[in-house]
Ligand binder design. Structure first.
Ligand code: MG
Length: 239
């Protein structure tokens, strides 16, 4: 049975939650900041240089790996045995100045009862830089990154299980926030509440078909375009 995801926070649904797990890119900062487009360009350039392809060919291959393996990195490791550290270093050589402090989000995260984590397919260095720029880094107990995941990216179930085991996460008392629908399948199966972040204005945003939520996505409990507002909505009932 499919039940349509809800758009506003129902505090009672989260009253049991003490483990808060957040994706980083396009989740802790909105899609329109477009930080990821810089990483995307760096990855295209990396593929082009590695395989001596023109940018267009490199982009096609990059996107194929992203689709088939969850990340470009995973595809390049499997097919070309590249050095992941070198790749991560180059991919994340970006300008973070578009990210401004978000005190509203910081307060909302701080007010959540329990432990907070970042679970990202990027690197710790990237997560620290981004969350640092947003002024929210101190609110997180830990960052579980693609290196900790043994380079096996979300949506792989093993990666969530590895994270949960390492952090002794009580998944029945956990909530996961993500911008990619498929990355919420495993968390939901593990008993977590799932919240999908969507762009505030879809116009002009190019997304892959599989990046867009479908009516049949019954692994998504909530959909929101404003993380701070959603989290504040959870606090109201706790007072
Ligand atoms: Mg993301």
């Amino acid at each position: 049975m499919n039940t349509k995801p809800k758009n506003t926070a129902e505090p009672a649904d989260f009253a049991h939650v003490t483990e808060w797990v957040f994706d980083l890119d396009n989740t802790l900062y909105p899609h329109h900041i477009n930080l990821f487009s810089q990483i995307d360009r760096n990855m295209t350039a990396y593929v082009a240089e590695l395989l001596q392809l023109d940018p267009e060919e490199a982009r096609v291959l990059q996107k194929r790996y992203y689709h088939e393996h969850g990340t470009t990195l995973q595809g390049l490791m499997i097919h070309y045995g590249i050095d992941p550290n070198d790749f991560l270093e180059k991919a994340h050589a970006i300008d973070y100045s578009a990210l401004l402090p978000d005190p509203e989000l910081g307060e909302a995260i701080k007010a959540l009862p329990g432990r907070k984590f970042i679970l990202t397919n990027g690197s710790v260095k990237h997560a620290e830089a981004a969350a640092g720029a947003l002024g929210i880094l101190d609110h997180f107990e830990d960052i579980f990154d693609i290196v900790a995941a043994g380079y096996l990216p979300k949506p792989a179930g093993q990666t969530y299980e590895k994270f949960a085991a390492l952090k002794q996460l009580d998944t029945k008392r956990a909530a996961m926030f993500e911008d990619l629908p498929r990355n919420l399948v495993a968390p939901r199966a593990m008993g977590m509440k799932t919240v999908l972040l969507v762009p505030r204005n879809l116009e002009g945003i190019v997304m892959e078909r599989w990046e867009i939520p479908a009516e049949t996505d019954d692994h998504i409990d909530y959909i929101t375009d404003n993380l701070s507002e959603f989290l504040v909505g959870l606090q109201d009932s706790r007072a």
